[in-house]
Design a protein around this ligand. Structure first.
Ligand code: AMP
Length: 310
């Protein structure tokens, strides 16, 4: 398995100013895997689901090129559950409830077919679990990308710092970067985080785009695609990360040029994802739609006639 991802397969209750969706399928691994299959297939998933996870969803994931050998089906407990409410600006959100449920019995081992993965995406999970998965891939994957969130920064700091030191790319949002470093300036946060070890740092800023920082001191800004309607921002960050890693795996190498295009792909897929509730959009999106939106995004962010030296 060339690309392996780990993360939650969840049931989410999402409330936005435009509506509410109860116990829909979500979870970091769902969004990541669906985004990554746009670029490489199969994509292996390490996760666990409970007895309330719809089997039809697992079948749909398989049809989209997701390999589920690494997904444990627990018959005695409910799935990981998350409930969140978005603010009027559709940017900020409050976590109303997090029920770990089966996540407490996350698989200790990954399937033999996953142990030589070349590309490993450690989605938002307890960093103790992220480390356990990372340690089982031998030799070390060519590229490791990690995501996390405030929940783990606050609860599992030591294990998180250990993982940040070994990954190639860290993908977090602006709020998480500030929480991690304890500074307001994102450039200073980036310097402090890169000093811990990652070659590249991605800081997501929701509808304000994303920043890319490298160990070599480079900084790039990527605008988001300006959408008319945002229905559910859940999973945007996971989709962004999944598309980036899928694109890198498809190219077979990681350098700043590959990463720049990967970020554009991530931006495009995330914008498509948030136009519908849950992962529905990722279930049906095709290459042509992605290519068309990519062209629009590049046209919108190209400043005609301006050159760097002016
Ligand atoms: P995002 O909007 O990209 O931050 O991802 C939201 C997804 O992450 C939801 O589908 C949730 O099920 C999942 N999620 C929320 N909280 C956690 C957590 N503490 N650990 C792992 N996954 C989570």
């Amino acid at each position: 398995m060339k690309l392996v991802v780990a993360g939650t397969l969840a049931l989410d209750t999402v409330e936005t100013p435009f509506g509410r969706a109860e116990r829909i399928v979500g979870g970091a691994a769902t969004y990541i895997a669906l985004a990554a299959t746009q670029y490489v297939q199969p994509v292996g998933v390490v996760s666990i689901v409970g007895n309330d996870f719809p089997p039809t969803m697992l079948e749909s994931l398989e049809r989209r090129g997701v390999d589920l050998q690494g997904v444990v089906r627990h018959l005695g407990r409910p799935s990981f559950f998350w409930a969140g409410r978005y603010h009027a600006d559709m940017q900020g959100r409050d976590t109303i409830e997090t029920q770990l449920n089966v996540l407490e019995e996350f698989p200790d081992t990954i399937p033999p077919a996953y142990r030589q993965a070349e590309y490993l995406l450690l989605g938002n999970l307890d960093p103790v679990l992220q480390k356990r998965i990372y340690d089982q891939v031998v030799p070390r994957p060519r590229v490791v990308l990690m995501d996390t969130m405030n929940f783990w920064i606050e609860r599992s700091r030591e294990a998180l710092e250990e993982m940040i030191a070994v990954v190639d790319i860290l993908s977090i949002n602006d709020e998480e970067a500030r929480l991690l470093v304890g500074d307001y300036s994102l450039r200073r946060c980036a310097r402090a985080i890169l000093a811990k070890g990652p070659r590249y740092l991605l800081i997501k800023k929701g509808e304000n785009g994303a920043l890319l920082f490298s160990q070599e001191g480079e900084t790039f800004f990527f605008p988001a695609y300006p959408l008319e309607d945002v229905f559910d921002p859940t999973g945007a960050g996971d989709t962004f990360a999944g598309a980036i890693m899928g694109y890198i795996a498809a190219q077979g190498r990681l350098d700043i040029e590959v990463l720049k295009e990967a970020v554009v792909q991530g931006t495009v897929l995330a914008s498509l994802c948030v136009e519908q509730f849950g992962p529905d959009a990722l279930m049906s999106v095709g290459r042509e739609e992605v290519a068309e939106r990519r062209s629009q995004l590049l046209r919108m962010s190209h400043f005609m006639g301006l050159t760097v030296s002016q």
